[in-house]
Design a protein around this ligand. Structure first.
Ligand SMILES: Cc1cc2nc3c(=O)[nH]c(=O)nc-3n(C[C@H](O)[C@H](O)[C@H](O)COP(=O)(O)OP(=O)(O)OC[C@H]3O[C@@H](n4cnc5c(N)ncnc54)[C@H](O)[C@@H]3O)c2cc1C
Length: 504
């Protein structure tokens, strides 16, 4: 979410020379007080809103692929013909305008109606869809079912206390106090009832009966399904270390967790963070910007090195150090108690609260007890179907075959979870396509964003092109000569282009 920006560019209502827009080109101008993107594809002209409906990213700096435009910030994909948000993280369509070319001038005229979706073909015959989980994947699946016109029942059972919200922001602007609470929900509260989605909160599913095709809540209430999506995500790990079960030790997964950390930070002056991964570092940055003294302790010598390599890790460390974060790296933690974190070498960090960012584990318990195939996640096929008919899994909990490498992978990214949820919705409606989107995530460090596309659990030494210091770089992750992933800083177009290459 960003503030509205100044409207710039040529007046498209008055018209621009047709020669300004070659085939497959795009340009941005204004119509009244709105920025509009005009593109020429296959000789035809299209005019749509110039800002992504997710976080207002500038589509004029994005990538045209076929008849779609992709957002440079978080890779949302829109259809230029209809304005539809084809792929998350955007959900809402772009506005459309009518546009015509005459006498060598392109003019954008009246606003056109938004895309209407086709009536669904429900080949599988599912009438009752139950979604376990109210996070990225669960929400995106429910929304896509209704968007595509599914008129059967949709029930969403979530153990969360809040309706689906922007989880990544829980460690970023929201935690820093720079995003108001009203930015967090993915949809207004009445949207669920208006769309006939039966959203149950504080509703923990404790049993799944594959033969009877029911899931049951802890209180025994059963819900029958024809199609079931398990999107239970992952839960933070709490290390078995003395003092880590105390109430002044926090983890961060939910909005409630973020609120609890904010409240505790408001009562204290110093925070210790255990873990120098994405969550740990984002928490450190957010609490630093709230004015707390922040210490980060972790066993690795270089933050993020396992995932991003040493160059990015060292550079990110420097960004946080410049902001005043103090690192204690290369050693484990022995205990926490009496506002003291004791490290393995005996060093003591005094802090008023402790936040753990030491990884998550997929929430597979219910699926496992029901007899679904599990391997460090719920095993699914290329259509995200689990090992029982009518049962699907998506998001952090699912392990699926990566079409790029052939390996079974589990991915913990917001956009990927949403896209998998959307894919399951389309599969339930009869689409038989495999899931082929390459993983994508972003991470913010002291106002600098890193974008990462692809998936590389292991890699040979990453190669850096450009300068991380100048925030103009790309880091390539290769394995035996094959490009598996690319991280970029300030090179959003390269990230988009690589996403397209990986798709192919
Ligand atoms: C603080 C934070 C910051 C993040 N930042 C980023 C980022 O910058 N970029 C990025 O790509 N990714 C980020 N992620 C990761 C991203 O949020 C996850 O990958 C994504 O939310 C996974 O979606 P999901 O639907 O699989 O699970 P979740 O979004 O976790 O949703 C799981 C849902 O299942 C519910 N549930 C679990 N068990 C049960 C049960 N038994 N019964 C009923 N309901 C149940 C939960 O209550 C929840 O509603 C971040 C994660 C966190 C925690």
């Amino acid at each position: 979410m960003t503030e509205p920006q100044e409207v710039t560019g040529p007046d498209l209502f008055a018209g621009v020379p047709a020669s300004d827009l070659p085939e497959s080109g795009k340009l941005v101008g204004r119509v009244g007080d709105e920025e509009v993107l005009v593109a020429r594809i296959g000789g035809a002209l299209f005019a749509v809103g110039a800002h992504c409906t997710h976080y207002q990213g500038p589509l004029g700096e994005g990538l045209i692929v076929g008849d779609t435009v992709r957002c440079p910030w978080h890779h949302a994909r829109f259809c230029l013909r209809t304005g539809e948000a084809l792929a998350a993280p955007a959900i809402d369509p772009l506005k459309r305008w009518s546009v015509r070319e005459a006498d060598g001038v392109i003019r954008v005229e009246t606003e056109a109606s938004t895309a209407s979706t086709r009536a669904p073909e429900v080949r599988g015959g599912a009438r009752r869809v139950v979604i376990v989980g109210g996070g990225a994947a669960g929400f995106a699946a429910a929304e896509m079912l209704r968007r595509k016109g599914f008129d059967g029942s949709v029930t969403m059972l979530s153990s969360d206390f809040d309706a689906p919200y922007d989880r990544p922001n829980c460690s970023k602007d929201y935690l820093a106090g720079e995003a108001p609470a009203e930015w967090m929900p993915l949809r207004a509260g009445d949207w669920y009832a208006d769309n006939d989605i039966d959203l149950r909160l504080d509703a923990e599913v404790s049993a799944l009966d594959l033969a009877e095709r029911t899931v049951s809540l802890k209180d025994g209430q059963p819900f029958g399904y024809d199609a079931l999506l398990i999107a239970t995500g992952a839960e933070p790990v709490r290390l078995p270390i003395e003092g880590f079960a105390r109430p002044d030790v926090y983890v961060l997964r939910t909005l409630q967790d973020a609120d609890a950390i904010v409240a505790a930070a408001g009562r204290g002056r110093r925070v210790a963070v255990v873990g120098a991964s994405f969550i740990g570092l984002e928490v450190a940055a957010a609490l630093r910007s709230r004015g707390l003294e922040v210490h980060v302790a972790a066993p690795e010598a270089v933050p993020l090195a396992r995932v991003m390599g040493e160059d990015i890790g060292q550079w990110v460390r420097g960004l946080h150090e410049k902001a005043g974060v103090v690192f204690h790296l290369g050693q484990g933690v022995r205990r926490w108690g009496d506002a003291k974190l004791t490290l393995d070498d005996g060093e003591i960090i005094e802090a008023d609260l402790l936040v753990l960012g030491v990884g998550v584990r997929p929430r597979t318990q219910v699926a496992e007890a029901a007899g679904l195939k599990i391997d460090r996640g719920i095993l699914v096929d290329e259509r995200l179907q689990a090992s029982a008919p009518g049962v699907y899994a998506a998001g952090d909990v699912a392990r699926y075959p990566d079409p790029h490498t052939g390996a079974a992978i589990r991915v913990e990214h917001w956009v990927h979870a949403e896209r998998q949820g959307q894919h399951v919705a389309r599969t339930i409606l009869g689409d038989e396509a495999p899931f082929t989107d390459p993983p994508f995530f972003w991470s913010a460090h002291q106002d600098v964003s890193i974008r990462y596309v692809g998936h590389a659990e292991t890699f040979d030494r990453p190669t850096v092109d450009g300068s991380l210091e100048r925030q103009d770089a790309e880091v390539r992750f290769l394995r035996a000569g094959r490009l598996d992933a690319l991280a970029t800083v300030g090179r959003d177009l390269r990230s988009l282009e690589t996403g397209v290459e990986l798709e192919r």
